[in-house]
Write a protein that binds this ligand. Structure first.
Ligand code: ADP
Length: 179
């Protein structure tokens, strides 16, 4: 196995609901207020319970591309890493760098908290409108680069809510496989 293949072996694609994942931390695609929203953010808050919102209120928001951590409360995951993706505005507004920063800063927090397994949703690809193929490529490239340099985070799951997003991740991670 090459070095890249060994790093890829630490990534899995899963199609379903991220709130069910029994990992050390799930990542929330939050909005800058951190006070809840729709999509994956709404699903995480409703599964975690009101204590999550109470802790989020203490964080005073989060800038685009940055990440903050809370407990997971009633979730199977003991921690939630909240990150704020960029809103897609055509691609000329630093969206790619900001989206990459979401993945890197979330994983840096995971490393700081000695978390071994992290599950990501497809950040920015819902209400924020980031084109799914471009977002998937940034997610995969950024996570591969991080994992190659940081052995302490052992496992990353890309959680796709829909089949098309799952296919995009799989194609990037296993291009030799029929799709
Ligand atoms: P954003 O505002 O960052 O675009 P959204 O929550 O609208 O965030 O969407 C981000 C991605 O999360 C979308 O691809 C959406 O399909 C997906 N999603 C929504 N609910 C869930 C869930 N329960 N588990 C995993 N992914 C989800």
């Amino acid at each position: 196995m090459t070095g890249v293949d060994k790093t890829k072996a630490r990534i899995s694609v899963y199609q379903g609901d991220i709130t069910k994942m029994g990992v050390d931390a799930i990542v929330n695609a939050a909005n800058p207020s951190l006070l809840g929203g729709g999509g994956v953010d709404g699903a995480i808050h409703s599964a975690a319970g009101p204590e999550l919102l109470a802790e989020c209120r203490l964080l005073h928001g989060c800038a685009v591309g940055e990440a903050k951590i809370t407990a997971g409360y009633r979730l199977p995951a003991p921690f939630v890493i909240h990150t704020v993706g960029p809103i897609w505005r055509g691609g000329q507004h630093d969206e790619a760098a900001k989206l990459a920063a979401c993945y890197t800063n979330s994983l840096l927090l995971a490393e700081q908290f000695k978390l071994r397994s992290v599950a990501f949703p497809a950040i920015s690809t819902g209400v924020y409108g980031y084109p799914r193929p471009q977002a998937a490529r940034i997610a995969v490239d950024t996570v591969l680069a991080f994992l190659a340099a940081h052995p302490s985070v052992n496992k990353v799951y890309f959680v796709a809510f829909d089949a098309e997003t799952a296919r995009l991740y799989r194609q990037l991670l296993e291009p030799e496989q029929p799709v």
